[in-house]
Design a protein around this ligand. Structure first.
Ligand SMILES: O=C1O[C@H](COP(=O)(O)O)[C@@H](O)[C@H](O)[C@H]1O
Length: 266
């Protein structure tokens, strides 16, 4: 593991070879954080994304099934497609089938999927107000700037450099007041989605960027510095610049393939 040193924030880039090794590293990393936070404060607040992440969480679900205290987990979504929860596009459905059903012991009341309505605006307002209630009830802590502070965000990245549903050429990535916003014209289908905003993402105590496959080598290199070319204004770089907590990149060979060693700042 390599530690970023010339940066006041903590960054770690873990370069592995295979997707299976990424799944194993993700499992070890998440299980260790779960143990630490449960010991310290009795709960572990985790934010999931959709996409390939859930498949990569299989080792955590299978190998750590009896080692993790799932009863202390609370699970949220960094973004969700505005579709019914049983729709194949739903990030909740993906996590339910690929993760919750395997680990079994996360209490249903600790899982916070969206309340579906056909208005993305309404869904975003509802999700934000539920988070605010959890903060008022001291179930979720906040950071000094007033945004909720999650223990861990597990994120992926798209080929265009989007994270959550914060896309290039869309204004949501610049939102600085709302906790949760919405988009009705997502460039990646389905178009209506809700998403946590950058201030919330950047307040998390830990962010894992879990990236596999050579089709993601470009946004990884653009974000981490191996890219040669004009400065690319991709959303993911905002996380690299602003995150308060620790950011850990877990990459396979394909995703790391455009990182020029001398450009990567460890
Ligand atoms: O649409 C989405 O895409 C991103 C990236 O997905 P991946 O398949 O490239 O890992 C995902 O993080 C987000 O939650 C999802 O809604």
């Amino acid at each position: 593991m390599a530690q970023l040193t010339n940066c006041k924030k903590k960054r770690e880039v873990i370069k592995l070879v295979t997707e299976e090794q990424v799944a194993v590293a993700l499992a070890q990393y998440t299980a260790a954080l779960s143990e630490k936070y449960i010991k310290e404060k009795g709960s572990f607040n985790v934010v999931l994304s959709g996409g390939t992440l859930i498949h990569t969480m299989r080792v955590l679900a299978e190998v750590y099934k009896d080692a993790v205290d799932w009863s202390k987990w609370r699970v949220f979504w960094v973004d969700e497609r505005v579709v019914p929860l049983d729709d194949n596009d739903s990030n909740y459905k993906l996590a339910n089938e690929g993760f919750f059903k395997k680990v079994k012991k996360i209490p249903k009341q600790n899982i916070y999927p969206i309340h579906y309505s056909c208005s993305a605006h309404e869904v975003a307002c509802d999700y934000e107000s539920r988070l605010k209630t959890l903060v008022q009830n001291k179930i979720l802590p906040t950071s000094a700037c007033g945004f909720p502070k999650f223990d861990l965000m597990l994120l992926g990245i798209g080929p265009d450099g989007h994270i959550a549903s914060l896309f290039p050429n869309r204004p949501q990535r610049y939102e600085r007041k709302r906790w949760v916003t919405f988009i009705t014209d997502s460039p990646k289908p389905p178009p209506p989605r809700i998403t946590m905003t950058f201030p919330v993402i950047n307040c998390a105590s830990n962010i894992a960027m879990v990236v596999t496959g050579k089709e993601l080598a470009d946004p990884v290199a653009k974000t981490l510095g191996g890219y040669v070319g004009p400065p690319p204004p991709i959303p993911c770089s905002e996380l690299e610049m602003e995150a308060e907590g620790e950011v850990t990149w877990i990459l396979d060979k394909g995703a790391a393939s455009k990182l020029h060693h001398h450009h990567v700042v460890y």
